[in-house]
Design a protein around this ligand. Structure first.
Ligand SMILES: [Cu+2]
Length: 288
């Protein structure tokens, strides 16, 4: 009993010291409908969870401390009903009618990366773009966030016009946080910049419908969290397959300076509209 009490007190001290500024917090996201412009000139109807009333092709990345309990309000600015869910976090909202809002309480027992998505009219609303990432952190080191999605123009147009799918999946656009190469480099939440010896966390969510496999040049990284394969946690390697609706948290401690590529090892996903390298490709910039 004494041992248990001491452990509990020690745990309390550690968590209190680390999270002295956290606790009960409120956050708000908005379901917006808009248009995604592809680099070759086509426009796609698209929907996202954004941090403001303005449509952005990037779903909000929600990042909290592990000790936070988050009261998250979701406003529906769209003309159809939606519902937010995070399966791993055990959260599902009520149905959010157009123009209405719902609030859910989110808390995580473990640190890591999680997906939130629209579970109404699933998976069609998710295919239209409505899926993002929630991160609960137990550290204050540098973090980067990659929400992977691939888009099939025909599927998106069919869902948008009649909520039906008639064709096989044939995606032509491969995006990280809504961007393809070279625009990914302009996203400071995605583009890894750091120094030799830093501890860097990379949070990856596959919210698309295809398997991706992320290959790092220059470095080996450690699997801190794998939703699909917890047994892989602790492994150190350079290629990380990820199934749809799964997440990975990786740790990178660069041992050498340089600018190195990261890309999907399935090279179709490094294209956009069949043009290479307009897909999932970016570089990491590590200074001495
Ligand atoms: Cu490679």
């Amino acid at each position: 009993m004494v041992f248990l009490k001491e452990s509990a007190i020690l745990f309390l001290c550690i968590t209190t010291a680390f999270n002295s500024f956290s606790g009960q917090i409120s956050d708000t996201i908005y379901i917006n409908s808009g248009t995604l412009q592809t680099f070759n000139g086509s426009s796609l109807p698209y929907k996202c969870f954004n941090s403001s009333n303005v449509f952005d092709k990037r779903n909000a990345i929600l990042s909290y401390s592990i000790s936070d309990t988050v009261s998250l309000t979701i406003f529906n600015n769209d003309i159809s009903p939606h519902r937010i869910s995070s399966i791993e976090l055990g959260v599902t909202s009520g149905l959010i009618s157009p123009g209405m809002n719902e609030t859910v309480s989110i808390h995580s027992a473990a640190s890591g990366t999680f997906i939130y998505h629209d579970s109404e009219n699933y998976p069609n609303n998710k295919i239209l773009g409505l899926a993002g990432m929630i991160v609960f952190r137990n550290n204050s080191s540098a973090s980067f966030y990659w929400n992977l999605k691939e888009l099939d123009t025909l599927w998106i147009n069919e869902i948008s016009s009649n909520n039906q799918l008639s064709a096989e999946y044939n995606p032509k656009f491969f995006l990280i946080n809504g961007n393809h190469n070279p625009d990914i480099t302009g996203d400071s939440s995605a583009r890894i910049v750091g120094n030799v010896g830093d501890t860097i966390h990379i949070h990856i969510a596959n919210t698309g419908n295809a398997i991706h496999s992320i290959h790092f040049h220059g470095y080996h990284l450690k699997v801190e969290q794998s939703s699909a394969h917890p047994g892989h946690e602790g492994r150190i390697k350079d290629t990380f397959p990820i199934n749809p609706m799964e997440v990975l948290t990786l740790e990178l401690v660069p041992h050498q300076p340089g600018e190195y590529p990261v890309h999907d090892h399935n090279l179709i996903a490094v294209t956009g509209a069949n043009i290479y390298p307009n897909g999932m490709f970016l570089t990491m910039l590590i200074e001495p």
